[in-house]
Write a protein that binds this ligand. Structure first.
Ligand SMILES: Cc1cc2nc3c(=O)[nH]c(=O)nc-3n(C[C@H](O)[C@H](O)[C@H](O)COP(=O)(O)O)c2cc1C
Ligand SMILES: Nc1ncnc2c1ncn2[C@@H]1O[C@H](COP(=O)(O)OP(=O)(O)O)[C@@H](O)[C@H]1O
Length: 312
């Protein structure tokens, strides 16, 4: 897959393309359906597949002091889109140009002139151009001799009580807010994870028998609800099992900043400065304020037992 950071670096000489446009944060099953349709249409029509996506959210562009609250990093988006066999990925900022170009010029200047697009694939609710004017109908009505546009139906959640629910990044965020990390796989086909560099803390962990690897994230990073989780940790290509506390540690310091700390089972190495990826498997309980460190230790022991069962 070829990656581009601006539209003008795309060279369509000698190629014709099929294109889709979207934010694609989390590349959930709905996004995957659109991207698979794009590769199918590309193959059938001997075209190269192109995805246009954005490095910041529309919300952060339109609203002041609102930051991106993506579920995953841009690097994650690139990896997931590459896995689906897309030929070209263009990631550009959602800026004044993107926000103000009207649908007609989007088709003429971007799709036809820059990308030499012959087919366009859009998700069921996907629009492009100023005021969201650009749609499948708009393209098929005004540009039928140049581009054929296809709409991809929504992907629904496939389990009993929620069968009418459309899969979306907002639904994934809602699940995480409820601590339902064990249900994320049904939306994305993979678990939720957080990645960071292990940094030193107050060194209290090892004194109480539970050294914890701490990572710090940008305040904009979307995180699951506060509490204790059974987790799997990826470190230098190896997988470890553990328990992660995500919270403010009311028993020891009631800190203002969120801490994400993981005790790894059967592990005793120094890993400050190393990158770890924490996969959230199941929420075990809420974070609580204990009357003493002794009580906290007893509870952490119980958490470990429970996590080992969940992760077995
Ligand atoms: C599995 C686990 C559960 C925890 N649960 C709580 C909790 O419910 N309440 C709390 O105040 N701190 C909780 N902690 C945080 C501990 O207070 C913290 O790990 C300890 O103070 C070590 O801090 P340090 O990494 O700065 O040395 C938990 C830690 C772990 C590993
Ligand atoms: N089983 C383990 N789980 C997590 N970290 C461990 C473990 N064994 C050793 N460590 C190391 O110890 C550090 C945590 O010790 P801790 O006393 O909690 O210090 P800190 O307050 O600096 O996090 C980790 O960052 C890691 O380098």
């Amino acid at each position: 897959m070829k990656l581009y950071r601006n539209l003008n670096s795309f060279d369509s000489k000698g190629i014709q393309t099929a294109v889709t446009v979207g934010m694609f944060d989390s590349v959930h099953f709905g996004h995957q359906k659109v991207l698979k349709e794009l590769t199918n249409i590309s193959k059938l029509n001997k075209l190269e597949s192109v995805v246009i996506s954005f490095s910041n959210s529309t919300l952060s562009y339109f609203k002041q002091n609102v930051f991106d609250d993506f579920l995953f990093s841009i690097e994650d988006k690139i990896q997931q889109i590459e896995k689906l066999g897309i030929d070209h990925l263009i990631i550009i900022p959602f800026d004044d140009y993107v926000a103000t170009i009207d649908a007609k010029h989007f088709v003429e200047d971007i799709l036809i002139t820059i990308l030499n697009a012959k087919q366009l694939v859009l998700g069921y609710d996907n629009r492009f151009g100023k005021g969201r004017e650009g749609s499948v109908d708009f393209v098929n009505k005004n540009f039928s001799t140049k581009i054929k546009a296809h709409s991809v139906e929504a992907e629904y959640l496939n389990y009993s009580n929620h069968s009418n629910e459309i899969i979306s990044s907002s639904l994934a965020k809602h699940y995480l807010t409820l601590g339902w990390v064990d249900k994320i796989d049904q939306l994305l086909g993979r678990p939720f994870y957080l990645k960071g560099i292990v940094q030193s803390g107050k060194k209290l962990g090892r004194q109480i028998g539970f050294p914890t690897a701490n990572i710090f994230l940008s305040p904009q990073q979307f995180v699951p609800s506060i509490g204790v989780y059974a987790t799997k940790v990826f470190l230098n290509g190896q997988i470890f099992k553990g328990v992660t506390n995500l919270g403010f540690r009311p028993t020891v310091d009631n800190s203002k900043t969120l801490t994400i700390e993981t005790y790894l089972f059967d592990f005793s190495e120094e890993i400050y400065g190393e990158e770890i990826e924490i996969e959230f498997v199941k929420k075990l309980r809420m974070e609580m304020k204990f009357n003493s460190i002794e009580e906290l230790k007893i509870q952490i022991n119980k958490d470990c037992e429970q996590a080992k069962k969940v992760l077995a």
